[in-house]
Ligand binder design. Structure first.
Ligand code: SER
Length: 321
């Protein structure tokens, strides 16, 4: 198999996105060329092939040791503490998200790596940001620790590109919806939980208000946008660590309506909690025209096709459990 010479490390490889990014990287570049960087969550299923290394990204020497041992040239730095978990432990969120990212970038700089992916999030925005069609370049004054760390990561990524010529790339992920691995500690997690509860119990109590519209994306589009950006010709990129990407925006009520087309008796109720304030500080819709024009970003799944695919695949998985 042509490997394009890539030797890849994925941190946070057993998280929601890493769990699906790793198999695709293994398919493209060969399993032996993708080092699975894990922390607390053990690998499962199709992640059990290929080299596995326990990496705490707050320990620079461990990151560096793995990079040197395997001759890594590309890092997908997916390890992070998300918004809700970050409010429960802001100190840990800062340490993992900022110091961890700094360590990864420093190791990449010192060892002359070819390319690094550092994801950001819609959490980089805040209450002063325009909430409709949020522009690429706009106010970044988040109120969550997670958001603060993501803005820091964007700025660090851009700094390393400008100052050191390190090819760092990143997108502002919306809420990611997937069926293989549960998300953890996020405000947008309701949009995954709802499918589990709809199939198992036919009802769901949502922790956000019915009209809380947020930007979301189905996992196949998330993997596509990550890899498309990493494959893009650097000369076409007018941004680096902070591309807006959009796919679907919907409210809990709108998602429930589409689920009801498949499960007519499905009932949703609403008990907004502390997570509502986080959702209220984030955009409803995103202007991703820069990503579209610079590297051809285009999502495939809309609300209807995502819902149909989620229900089909999750039903299969839950019936095997
Ligand atoms: N899904 C994330 C969260 O809710 C947003 O990036 O924290």
């Amino acid at each position: 198999m042509p490997t394009d010479g890539r030797r890849i490390l994925v941190t946070g490889a057993t998280g929601q996105i890493g769990s699906e990014l790793v198999p695709e990287l293994q398919r493209r570049y060969g399993g032996e060329n993708v080092v699975i960087g894990i922390h607390s969550r053990p690998p499962r299923g199709d992640l059990d092939s290929g080299p596995i290394e326990k990496i705490d990204v707050t320990k620079k020497d461990k990151v560096e040791g793995v990079v040197k041992e395997y001759g890594i040239d590309t890092i997908y730095h997916m390890a992070a503490i998300l918004s809700v978990a970050g409010e429960a432990n802001p100190w840990l969120a800062w340490d993992v998200n900022v110091n961890g990212t700094y360590n990864v970038l420093e190791v990449a700089r010192e060892n002359g790596l070819d390319r690094v992916f550092v994801p950001s999030s819609i959490a980089a925005f805040g209450p002063e940001t325009p909430r409709e069609s949020t522009p690429q370049d706009t106010v970044l004054k988040p109120r969550t620790m997670y958001g603060l760390t993501k803005v820091s990561g964007e700025l660090l990524s851009n700094y390393y590109f400008e100052k050191f010529g390190l090819d760092v790339r990143g997108v502002r992920y919306p809420g990611i919806i997937s069926y293989k691995t549960p998300p953890g500690g996020g405000t947008t997690d309701y949009a995954v939980e709802i499918f589990h509860e709809a199939i198992k119990k036919g009802k769901y109590t949502c922790f956000l208000r019915e009209d809380s519209t947020l930007p979301m994306m189905y996992m196949p589009d998330c993997i596509k946008c990550t890899l498309d950006l990493m494959d893009a010709d650097v000369s076409r990129l007018r941004h680096h660590g902070d591309y807006n990407v959009a796919a679907i925006s919907f409210s809990p009520a709108e998602l429930a309506e589409v689920i009801k087309r498949h499960i007519p008796d499905f009932v949703i109720s609403y008990e907004p909690d502390h997570r509502q304030a986080i959702a209220d500080s984030w955009p409803k819709t995103i202007d991703d025209s820069s990503a579209r024009s610079d590297w051809g970003w285009e999502p495939e799944f809309d609300l209807a096709s995502m819902t149909e695919d989620m229900l089909k695949n999750l039903r299969e998985i839950l019936s095997e459990d």
